[in-house]
Design a protein around this ligand. Structure first.
Ligand code: TXA
Ligand code: MG
Length: 332
């Protein structure tokens, strides 16, 4: 397949995206968090293509996207807390990990053999239009090669995976910029598996239940198989909590106390704006060929938890090239 350039959003483009999904092909589609690499979640061959295109280890399960909570209820059981969370945060940047229903029809590779499914109702109008027209569940991880930066523009997604898809649906720059909050729900507690725009305080307010695992590194636990340590990594190395950049570094600034010339996540220290800019600014600094990116400190509260989680993973030691290749071939 040749590399696809982004197609501007239109009714025809939405219809073409839904039709490609129905044929078992891969598509790139916008969501409010990051761009997704979508496939029909009930089609085992289509789902297998996602793992191949991303170079994703097959033990790392996928999120399924649906048009509304009623559709989610065909595949998973929502207890009382899950129903409250769905009503409060769907459509939106929020993913529930819930017990799969028997006879659900989801391809087993989607869940990597787990008896739970991650489901989300995205808010982006183009994603919703595609899901409504397609009518079924769409498995969609972020549209990047495994371990790399998640794309927040159609151009970045096309550069990563445009050669593996039938269409790149351009829905503009993603409004949120970090991936959805992921929680696992039981009757007595909510477990935060990945921090995002919906914060632990938001979740506690809606459910009245404690949110566990919401410390600074909530995702190091085995219940989230995809939370591999090195992730979201640009080619350049990252140095965190920097105040200034050395000669061989580019500065990624935050707040008003930064050199005017530096790329700045948010001049006035707004965490929502910083999250929306995070991956695109890392991507552009990386493209300059700089050896290292020095990142100024980000406050570790609210949405700052999600930003620092992504930065910590981007800065984590990377598996050596050889180790990485042998791991990949062992898993493929
Ligand atoms: O915002 C988002 O969630 C984006 C957009 C495209 O919707 N998607 C996304 O997918 O970030 P992905 O595949 O890059 O990340 C999904 C994460 C992985 O870390 C995976 O391990 C975890 O969700 N996950 C999926 N199913 C799970 C399950 N049943 N139990 C625990 N974790 C699960
Ligand atoms: Mg991802």
């Amino acid at each position: 397949m040749t590399t696809k350039a982004p197609t501007p959003a239109s009714q025809e483009a939405v219809a073409a995206t839904a039709a490609a999904l129905a044929r078992g092909e891969l598509v790139i589609l916008p969501t409010e968090t990051v761009y997704g690499l979508g496939a029909d979640a009930t089609n085992p061959q289509a789902v297998a293509r996602i793992y191949t295109a991303k170079g994703r280890p097959d033990f790392n399960p996928l999120i399924v996207h649906v048009a509304d909570a009623a559709t989610a209820g065909r595949y998973v059981t929502l207890n009382a807390a899950a129903q409250k969370l769905a009503a409060a945060f769907w459509p939106g940047p929020f993913t529930l990990v819930l017990p799969l229903k028997p006879g659900n029809g989801i391809a087993p590779a989607v869940t990597a053999g787990l008896d739970t499914l991650a489901v989300r109702v995205p808010a982006h109008p183009m994603a919703r239009a595609v899901l409504t027209q397609f009518g079924g569940p769409v498995a969609a991880p972020s549209a990047n090669k495994s371990g790399r930066l998640s794309p927040t523009t159609a151009a970045h997604a096309a550069a990563e995976l445009g050669d593996s898809v039938a269409i790149v649906l351009d829905g503009g720059a993603c409004q949120k910029g970090v991936e959805s909050t992921i929680v696992a729900v039981s009757d007595t507690a909510i477990e935060l598996l990945r921090p995002g725009s919906v914060t632990p305080a938001d979740i506690e307010a809606v459910t009245g239940l404690p949110v566990i695992g919401s410390g600074p590194s909530p995702a190091d636990r085995p219940t989230a198989p995809g939370q591999l340590e090195s992730h979201y990594a640009p080619r350049a190395a990252l140095r965190l909590n920097a105040t200034t950049a050395d000669d061989d570094e580019a500065l990624l600034a935050f707040g008003p106390d930064a050199p005017q010339s530096a790329a700045n996540l948010s001049h006035n220290g707004d965490l929502e704006q910083a999250a929306a800019n995070l991956f695109a600014m890392l991507y552009h600094l990386d493209q300059t060929g700089v050896a290292r990116i020095a990142v100024m400190p980000i406050p570790n509260h609210g949405l700052g938890l999600a930003i620092n989680d992504r930065l910590r993973r981007a800065a984590a030691p990377r598996p050596s090239e050889n180790l990485h290749q042998s791991l990949q071939s062992e898993l493929s």
